[in-house]
Write a protein that binds this ligand. Structure first.
Ligand SMILES: C[S@@+](CC[C@H](N)C(=O)[O-])C[C@H]1O[C@@H](n2cnc3c(N)ncnc32)[C@H](O)[C@@H]1O
Length: 230
């Protein structure tokens, strides 16, 4: 294990919230072994997001819904990587993440089990200070309670820090058959494009709480949102 004692537990989790952790564990129990191989064909824009994250020797960066840790391992290869943290609902995914981090000699990366909507830098990671950067990569489209997850991320981000999101967009400029087929396929994995999430990010920008910009990935296949907390 590359992280401190009881590394994969972020603290007590309430029963009703355990259901998302169970759903994720059930889904990834076997597929986690082929996750990185298969997802490279449809989770586009991840490297583009990761490469825009600014780190230095004093920075702290958290990925919420880190899965197999492939994004964190990419960050860990930098010379000035700072402190890296990963949170995920699924114990199963975190087993793979832990192994991948060890194999890639990418440690230390602190991994914890917990829910995005419960994020608490102090309780889960023992951090006194908020994070400089938090990112979600194809995670919010799996979380029915995405709004509390965004709120928790902003509450645990320092002023001037950046929240990054890459996730599916509406595919409006792509052929209708493609979009319909993709949505049916994604539904098998509890993934759902959430127009209301995109709208909420726009509203955060207009509210003056943050500066929000969007980039399109592959003709509205996905988007990258950059939310700088003011
Ligand atoms: C599609 S995978 C993406 C993994 C990784 N971010 C990537 O880009 O490869 C989504 C991840 O989010 C996690 N997840 C789902 N709901 C969550 C929640 N409420 N809190 C934390 N993690 C969650 C899943 O267990 C899974 O590992």
């Amino acid at each position: 294990m590359n992280s401190p004692a009881n590394p994969l537990s972020g603290g007590p989790v309430r029963n009703e919230q355990n259901s998302q952790a169970h759903r994720m564990d059930n889904m990834y129990r076997f597929t986690r072994h082929i996750y990185d191989l298969t997802r490279r064909y449809y989770l586009f824009g991840r490297d583009r997001l990761v490469d825009q994250i600014v780190t230095d020797s004093n920075s702290s960066t958290l990925e919420v819904g880190c899965g197999t840790a492939r994004n964190l391992i990419r960050l860990a290869r930098r010379k000035d990587r700072g402190l890296l943290f990963g949170l995920d609902a699924s114990h199963e995914m975190l087993e793979t993440a832990d192994l991948s981090v060890s194999r890639a000699l990418a440690g230390p990366i602190v991994l914890r089990q917990g829910l995005a909507e419960d994020l608490d830098a102090k309780r889960m990671f023992g951090k006194e200070e908020p994070f400089d950067t938090i990112f979600f990569s194809y995670c919010l489209s799996m979380i029915p309670t995405w709004q509390p997850a965004i709120d928790a991320a902003l509450n645990n981000l320092r002023t001037g820090g950046t929240l990054w999101i890459v996730d599916f967009w509406d595919q409006k400029t792509l052929p209708a058959w493609f979009s319909a087929g993709l949505q049916r396929w994604l539904a098998l994995f509890h993934v759902k494009y959430r127009p209301e999430l995109h709208e909420a990010l726009v509203s955060i920008g207009t509210s003056g709480k943050a500066l929000v910009t969007f980039e399109t990935v592959g003709s509205r296949y996905a988007y990258i949102a950059k939310v700088v907390k003011i």
